[in-house]
Design a protein around this ligand. Structure first.
Ligand SMILES: [Zn+2]
Length: 100
């Protein structure tokens, strides 16, 4: 009888480890992943796109671009023909971290 209780206690200890370790692992992975995503987002948002003036290469209407975080290349959707182009950035100061 005493042995069964001891095994139950041992099993519950193992079970509590089994229950508590994976969430900590998940939190660690989640924190790392969140940190990476935030770092990546922060890197991507170093530059803000305020405005773009230009016309659609297909239907020639003026493109209207909402301001927001600048991407490289920055996708631009045409309101006229729904052609999605991209704004390519000739390395205008985007290479500040690649100064070697
Ligand atoms: Zn167009």
């Amino acid at each position: 009888m005493g042995g069964a209780v001891r095994i139950l206690v041992l099993l519950s200890v193992i079970a509590s480890f089994a229950i508590f370790i994976p969430p900590h692992g998940v939190w660690t992975i989640g924190a790392l992943t969140g940190g990476l995503i935030l770092a990546r987002r922060r890197w991507l948002e170093r530059f803000t796109l305020h405005s773009v003036s230009g016309s659609c290469p297909k239907c020639k209407i003026m493109l209207s671009v909402k301001s927001g975080p600048l991407r490289d290349p920055h996708p631009i959707a045409c309101d006229g023909c729904h052609h999605t182009g991209s704004l390519e950035l000739p390395h205008l100061g985007l290479s500040e971290t690649n100064s070697e």
